[in-house]
Design a protein. Structure first.
Length: 75
């Protein structure tokens, strides 16, 4: 069994209206590549839609890390 997945495979099964929880403090240990993959999938397929995100604190644009800006899209 492969324990490593591409970013695209990791986000492929996120359904519409899912809740996504993550760690990250401003720019530190924010899973920026994973958030970008979710945003890229949405732009390409319009899915997943209407997600709810939980983070311990803000993970926006800081330290050259997009964070939530990667997934903050209409829909």
């Amino acid at each position: 069994m492969n324990k490593f997945y591409s970013l695209q495979d990791a986000v492929a099964d996120i359904p519409d209206q899912a809740t996504v929880a993550s760690t990250g403090v401003i720019g530190w240990i924010t899973p920026d590549a994973l958030l970008k993959a979710i945003g890229d999938r949405f732009e390409a397929t319009q899915a997943p839609r209407n997600l709810t995100f939980y983070f311990p604190c803000g993970t926006g644009d800081a330290m050259y890390i997009g964070g939530m800006d990667r997934v903050a899209k209409k829909g």
